[in-house]
Design a protein around this ligand. Structure first.
Ligand code: FE2
Length: 351
């Protein structure tokens, strides 16, 4: 039910109009001048104010301006005793909803008040919806913030777990074979640098780096005497060492890494022409990650000292991968790797 405030210095008008509107279903209060109208408006909410224009002290027009300031959504209807069209029009220009000429007719007042009340109700509804919408949006934002926070926490915890797993795995094989320790780290760094040079997204390059850090984990299954034996190895010994690719896969395959790390490890000795091991995979059947690992592994192994031969240096190592470019090694990986060294963008000594 809409609430109406009638402001008029004439008691009879306040009374007659008030009774009439109450009977029409409105909640009505009255005020004898603008000052008490403003006081009442400050205390209780109203939808429509009907005010006389000529009153002692503060006029209806001044009251209109005061209401526009203090309660801009309240609809104001001006009543004027002398029908000067100019004043009424000015009132509407200044924000009054409409005007009524005295003597006011029942139909006229009912229609005008009903329209003003309807406009105010629509405005209230719009306001309510806007507030509800804002509240809903804030709620959504809070939920998104909370979920994001939770996800970040879970992601960080998962990242820690992955790194811990990788580190523990690397430590195990490094304690078994001292030559593997620095080798895995250097291969990992070079493989990541190659991937970055090829424009891989950071996350995929990170997965390759992780695989590099443990790519020789399968050597845990090979006796240390065989791994560090100086001089030529027998056919049997070579075949034995080659099992490290599958052993590594078996060690890692049940760990749910976000990258196919076990498969990268299994394939790091595969060669494009199918001459690699353990499966003799060809070209695109080999994971791109494993093709990069193959290049990085070869370059690192040749450039450094090994129990069975002296260090050959980067030059010889790059010659080797270039010789195998396209047949053994992925051409893109070879080119990127060679460029990294030749442009001095990478060195095994950097930290
Ligand atoms: Fe290996």
């Amino acid at each position: 039910m809409s609430r109406i405030l009638i402001v008029d210095d004439e008691r009879s008008i306040r009374f007659t109009l008030g009774e009439f509107l109450r009977k029409a279903g409105y909640e009505v209060e009255t005020a004898e001048d603008a000052a008490s109208a403003l006081r009442i408006l400050g205390e209780r909410p109203f939808d429509v104010v009907i005010t006389d224009i000529i009153m002692p002290r503060i006029t209806g027009m001044e009251l209109l301006y005061a209401i526009r300031e203090a309660a801009p959504r309240v609809q104001v209807i001006i009543m004027t005793g002398e029908p000067t069209a100019e004043t009424a029009a000015q009132a509407v220009r200044d924000g009054a909803f409409d005007y009524l000429f005295k003597p006011i007719t029942k139909d006229g007042v009912l229609r005008t008040v009903a329209n003003a009340a309807k406009i105010k109700a629509l405005d209230d509804e719009r306001e309510r919806l806007a507030a509800a919408n804002l509240e809903y949006q804030k709620g959504l934002e809070r939920q998104v913030d909370m979920r994001t926070e939770e996800l970040r926490g879970a992601e960080a915890a998962l990242q820690k777990t992955i790194e811990g797993t990788i580190q523990a795995t690397a430590l195990i094989v490094e304690s078994h074979d001292p030559y593997t320790a620095g080798h895995q780290q250097r291969v990992a760094r070079l493989a990541r640098a190659v991937a970055e040079r090829l424009g891989w997204p950071g996350d995929r390059a990170a997965g390759l780096y992780m695989a590099g850090l443990i790519h020789d984990v399968g050597k845990i299954g090979i006796p240390a005497e065989v791994l560090s034996k100086p001089g030529r190895l027998s056919k049997n010994e070579i075949n034995f060492i080659r099992t490290h690719a599958d052993i590594g896969f078996n060690i890692l395959r049940t760990i749910a890494f976000p990258w196919p790390i076990a498969e990268m490890v299994r394939q790091h000795h595969e060669r494009l022409d199918g001459s690699g091991y353990p499966a003799g995979l060809k070209g695109p059947d080999i994971l791109f990650e494993a093709r990069i690992l193959a290049v990085a592994d070869t370059v690192e192994a040749m450039s450094g000292y090994r129990p069975y031969r002296p260090a050959l240096g980067i030059g010889k190592a790059l010659e080797e991968i270039r010789r195998g470019r396209g047949a053994l090694f992925d051409p893109e990986a070879v080119d990127a790797c060679a460029a990294l060294f030749e442009e001095r963008k990478f060195s095994f000594e950097d930290k």
